[in-house]
Design a protein around this ligand. Structure first.
Ligand code: EPU
Length: 420
């Protein structure tokens, strides 16, 4: 089991560049299966979920491997069957439904795993594929999809703007016969990034990043070389770290426009924020308390990102005034509240709603990372706490950050990771 130890109250300084976005890289790796030529994905982060994706690609017969800092994929005959251990290891195994259905004519996918953020159904993925002519058997433990002939373009309205379902349907539509119109699509930058990858492979897509996306299907996609977006949630995590610990850090090679709601929040609570086109500098004087009294509502893009909500919560624990955070997407986003409480915070976790009394003086404690972003939020809280915090089950954090402890250390934090 991995463990992280942090001694708080050391100011951070310097500059740091986020890696490529996990939530772009994972669907793009799945989408390489649609391509009839090799693909080079430039500098993906070395995350546990990226390793799982490579194992999954290998398990279905595709060639995919690291070459230096890049991943190269090569087309090969595939089988439409995902092993249960790989499907269960991450939520992103759902991205293999559409590509394997296209390539193998049928796909068997044991139900995807991932962070336990509450129920995470896949009905919109399935309904969209059914509208495009697939047939489905949805069992308690697995999904089987088949197609007779090519998938057909459809005019489909998503019942809510699911990021993953929009991505599944973009992949299916790119190789379907005729035109697909997706209405009520998710607008997240990572959706646009997947569309950018598919376009680089010859797909014809307009409107990605808006609620109405139109795709003209192509019989075949080529390969390409593609550089995914910088990770906006990693950028928020570095920004939150300096807001907790104090100091001044420049986050370079990022797209501040993609996390403007988080930067605005930092400003409202009393941090200095300077925004450039590809950088964001965050400063905090640790002798002055942050301003609480915030009401945050996490929602689909361009709303406040659900993945950044636990990070915001970590900053509000010691801020002056009561705050509330409500997550409109996931029922169990704030499992990290237990760790916050162990560190001395006054918090009430009511599922979607987290109430924070504010004004806490955080002290190091032994806590457990409940999930990826909750684990990162405990690290952020620990950077602002007196004494040493020990975070158990820190392996969750590596699902989304290649080496967050080392990143914080490079900025001056007293932070180490070990296996116990
Ligand atoms: N939903 C359905 N039916 C579906 C699909 C989704 O009811 O068929 C519901 C979900 O249960 C949830 C809501 O719709 O309540 C939003 O889910 P969405 O499909 O948008 O999320 P996702 O595709 O499963 C991606 C990211 C998450 C991020 C969310 C929201 C990836 C690999 N994951 O998940 O990232 O929180 O979008 O922005 O892209 C993370 O990085 O830590 C993470 C959890």
């Amino acid at each position: 089991m991995e463990k992280i130890e942090i001694r708080g109250k050391r100011g951070l300084k310097g500059s740091i560049t986020p890696a490529a976005a996990k939530n772009s890289v994972l669907p793009i790796l799945a989408a390489t299966l649609l391509c009839e030529g090799p693909c080079t994905i430039r500098r993906p982060p070395r995350l546990a979920d990226v390793d799982t994706s490579l194992a999954l690609l290998a398990a279905v017969g595709a060639g995919a491997a690291w070459q230096g800092l890049d991943i190269i994929t090569r087309p090969a005959p595939v089988v439409g069957r995902v092993p249960p251990a790989l499907a269960g290891a991450m939520r992103s195994s759902v991205f293999y439904l559409a590509p394997l259905l296209h390539r193998a004519g049928a796909v068997y996918l044991p139900l995807p795993g991932g962070c336990r953020l509450g129920p995470r159904p896949v009905d919109i993925h399935i309904d969209g594929l059914l509208a495009m002519g697939a047939r489905a058997e949805v069992g308690r433990d697995a999904i089987t999809l088949r197609r007779a002939g090519r998938l057909r373009g459809a005019d489909f309205t998503l019942r809510l703007p699911s990021v993953g379902a929009t991505e599944t349907l973009l992949m299916a539509a790119a190789v379907a016969e005729g035109t697909t119109v997706l209405r009520g699509a998710a607008c997240e930058p990572e959706v646009e990034d997947l569309a950018g990858f598919l376009q680089a492979c010859g797909a014809q897509i307009t409107g990605a990043g808006t609620p109405v996306v139109v795709v003209q299907g192509r019989a075949a996609l080529t390969g390409c070389t593609y550089t995914p977006l910088p990770d906006r949630i990693a950028a928020c995590t570095y920004a939150a770290a300096v807001a907790a610990a104090g100091g001044r850090v420049k986050i370079t090679g990022c797209r501040p426009a993609h996390f403007a709601t988080f930067a605005g929040f930092l400003q409202r609570i009393g941090c200095g924020v300077e925004r450039g086109r590809t950088s964001l500098t965050v400063a905090r004087d640790p002798t002055r308390p942050l301003r609480g009294g915030q009401q945050l509502f996490a929602a689909a893009y361009p709303g406040f990102a659900t993945d950044a909500a636990p990070l915001a919560a970590a900053l509000l624990l010691g801020a002056v005034g009561e705050s509330t955070l409500y997550d409109g997407l996931f029922q169990n986003r704030f499992a990290c509240a237990r760790g916050f409480a162990a560190m001395g915070a006054k918090v009430q976790d009511e599922g979607r709603l987290l109430k924070i009394a504010g004004g806490a003086v955080l002290r190091g404690a032994a806590v457990t990372a409940p999930d990826l972003r909750g684990g990162a939020a405990l690290m952020v809280a620990a950077l602002g706490a007196e004494g040493v915090t020990e975070i158990a089950d820190a392996g969750h954090i590596r699902r989304g950050y290649a080496h967050l402890a080392a990143d914080f250390r490079a900025l001056g934090a007293d932070c180490r990771q070990s296996c116990v």
